[in-house]
Write a protein that binds this ligand. Sequence first.
Ligand SMILES: Nc1ncnc2c1ncn2[C@@H]1O[C@H](COP(=O)(O)OP(=O)(O)OP(=O)(O)O)[C@@H](O)[C@H]1O
Ligand SMILES: [Mg+2]
Length: 1081
Amino acid sequence: MSKMEVKTSLLDNMIGVGDMVLLEPLSEETFIGNLRKRFEHNEIYTYIGSVVISMNPYKSLPIYTADKVEEYRNRNFYELSPHIYALADEAYRSLRDQDKDQCILITGESGAGKTEASKLVMSYVAAVCGKGQEVNKVKEQLLQSNPVLEAFGNAKTVRNDNSSRFGKYMDIEFDFKGDPLGGVISNYLLEKSRVVKQPRGERNFHIFYQLLSGASDDTLKKLKLDRDFSKYNYLSLDSATVNGLDDAANFRTVRNAMQIVGFMEDELQSVMELVAAVLKLGNIEFKPESRVNGFDESRVKDKNDLKEMCELLGIEQSVLERAFSYRTVEAKMEKVSTTLNVAQAYYARDALAKNLYSRMFSWLVTRINESIKAQTKSRKKVMGVLDIYGFEIFEDNSFEQFIINYCNEKLQQIFIELTLREEQEEYVREGIEWTNIEYFNNAIICDLIENNQNGILAMLDEECLRPGTVTDETFLDKLNTICAEHQHFESRLSKNSKFLTDHSLPHSCFRIQHYAGKVLYRVEGFVDKNNDLLYRDLSQAMYKANHSLMKLLFPEGNPAKVNLKRPPTAGFQFKASVGTLMKNLQTKNPNYIRCIKPNDKKASQVFTDSLVCHQVRYLGLMENVRVRRAGYAFRQAYEPCLERYKMLCKQTWPHWKGPAREGVEVLLKGLEVPEEEFAYGRSKIFIRNPRTLFFLEEKRRQCLEDLATLIQKIYRGWKCRTHFLLLKKSQVVVSAWYRRYAQQQKYKKIKSSSIVVQSFIRGWKARKILRELKYQKRCKEAVTTISAYWHGTQVRREYRKFFRANAGKKIYEFTIQKIMQKYFLGLKNTMPSMSPIDKTWPARPYLFLDGTHQELRRIFHLWRCKKYRSQFTEEKKAIYEEKLEASKIFKDKKALYPSSVGQPFKGDYLEINKNPKYQKLNSVMDEKVLLADVVNKINRANGKGAPRIFLLTKKKFVLADQKTGQVKASVPLPDLNSVSVSTQSDGFFALKLKEGTPSAAKGDFLLSSDRLIEIITKLHRTGAASAERETIGVDISDEFLVQFKQDKVCVKFIQAGPKNGNSVACKRKNNRLLEVSVPSP
Ligand SMILES: Nc1ncnc2c1ncn2[C@@H]1O[C@H](COP(=O)(O)OP(=O)(O)OP(=O)(O)O)[C@@H](O)[C@H]1O
Ligand SMILES: [Mg+2]
């Protein structure tokens, strides 16, 4: 263990006291109170020195985990709080390291937790011992032997649902390294009477129920069994199912465990056949049959079960049947056959069933031993685990209880011997003077039972073997005479008059004062049970069976080996095996686990004082404590002792340099512990009285408190100081930063103020300088002006005599001349282009030239236009003249005009003299055609137009059919009065004729043409050209009258709305109105 690891002790965090030896004051009350207190806190383990008391918690506690195993592994016994693991570890380690064979003796009454404790020990040892394939297999086999034996040897009783009905001692063998090699199991006295009869509320052995619930249908059929428990006389029905027990699942577990342990499939089958045979046997019934000699002879009632049983075991049915009716007695080489009555037949049947089962159980143990036995012959170390029935005191105690209690007396004896011897040996080892210890030695009770001459068992055997009538009563008589004087034997009929009037002691009973209390035994059945008789005919019948196991189980049935000697009695056998066991145990170092049952209800958290008190008494636990305390109550090696108490003395605290023993001596001296209270051993200090230990503990506690206060004090001081230092450090940092900040602010303020002051001063200085400079400048200017004037005056005064009177004028003219010259030369270089439409003109240089400049521009423009015109040919001139005329007529008057400006006036659009189509028409024309085009003649009736060719010559205009070229109308121009057009962009025009002319008879023409501007201009020009005629008037108005034959029709132009589309539409509104809608441009 490293130095830093925290060492705990049994004495730390104790609930009550962990070791009863330390109980102060010691009385039964405080003892039970301590157990109770610990039990209530789930502390189920308590020590008496090295003995572990285990209370059954009746609930699973989280104290058997792998972590716990690790915690207890390789730790000293008193180092941790009491635990069964501590004992197991101690035992295992002294076995492994000190080469001491160990035995673990587990005692306690039924349901106190012995079997569980034994399994815990085994599992702990399995967990801590070596590992490896072979080792693991051995471990597994050892552990798996438990479920097998429990299935066949355990049963539900009123006290325990899984009560072991046999005693078990198992030697686990280890090699020198501490790895398990194998084991040997011994079994003691199976309670075989249970096979044929169970007390109320109890069951037969588990295996019967497990087989019937868990086996497959197929298996059951093979075994000729029925799943229904109620079919079998040997199975008690009222408690066939047990809460929390799953028989079917357990059956699988058992089968599996048997396979792991090493049972062959056929062995398994044979065992199951035997179990089935026992069940069948129970169902065989008998009836009486009268015989001539007046006696009743028994006969098998229903042979079916008998037959099936015989088939299962391979027995000849008739042989067995006969064995149930007759009995052969051999005396002096003569065989005499007597008949059996029904009662005897039943007795024989049950005896057979019991023997069959118990022998099978013993065979199972042997078979398991074969499997688990160590394979090597080398020396082995052994750890024995004894899980044996505890002391039993019932209301009705019989032969079994007698035997069991005898066994417990023997165990107590060995306990006394071994503990005292151990104690003694330790004192010798440690060199301490041995003081005699007063204790009750139960050797005298053992002697009463087992003495070879006049012990109870010997007398029972004697009685059983005696010729003549032997009954339980004769046996009791014998006891009464022989044991009457024994101080632990009580009987009403003994000569000792003390019990003559004791009514609690019936006549058919005797009482023994066992070390654990008085027990009353009823003698009834003692003889029978001790005899354990099985008729020879039956054993011979069994021997003859054709079944692999039967010959092994009933060797006495072998006719070749007829042995007339009676088989040893049960009592004799038991005594012998107990004797062997005791011898075996004596060679080993004992470890005790004393199991206690807290209540009768199998309930957790219930602690019944009276019940526990009873157990404490008969387990002799008080004795145990006293024996333990008789010498020295407490012992501890010097090192841990010094380590624990060194703070109690200045010399040893905090470190003792020197041997631990001397340290402890100094310590105890310093504490002024009386000399007689302790003794110094070689390696241990022995403390006589628990009080002294508690005194030390109390001192230690106080000292620890003081130390804790000291540590706290120092720690708090340290904490405060570090905190203060930290604060101080922080404060310095904070103040440094603050000072820096404050200085920065101050500096900034000073800086800004100085800048203000500076700026004011600079401003003031600058202004002063500026003023000065301005003054100087003014002075300079004044000087210059004055000097200029002065110079001027001087010069004029000087030169006046040289100038003529008009010299100024001349200079002026010269200057003007120069300017004009420069102006014109400049103008010449910046002349605009010759295009009449170019509007650019250089800017004027002098204001006084404004008029001249504009005039020059106008002149230049006129000149340039003239130049332009002078380039024109005659035709082009005519065209322009025409265009000019059109402009005069229409510009700003008709909306159609602007679109015509860009179109050249072509005149002959039809090429009338070239186009052969118009040849005829051309021939009619005698003059040059000025204009030929197609126009629309508007029909007055509907406003629709019809195409006409319009021709114009110098003298007339002609309208001709477009297709035929036939002339429709030819009107001399003088007959044309005027032309009317609208102001809008339409092409309508009316040619109005002079009234009274021949042409006017047909009425005016309303025409339309896209080339209206050209047509009307040409008409106007042609008319104007002939001097004799007045010009043709052009009326531009949106409403005019047109003369159609007789009527005058008004033509009105309106602006069309947007929905009327883009084309000009003419509609007749009524007789006198034609409406032309013109789309807005
Ligand atoms: N340590 C334990 N933790 C939890 N339960 C326990 C413990 N010990 C015993 N028990 C419970 O008590 C029951 C009885 O225990 P166990 O079978 O070991 O008693 P026993 O002393 O062997 O009795 P018997 O003498 O009848 O065989 C167990 O089945 C289990 O339920
Ligand atoms: Mg048990």
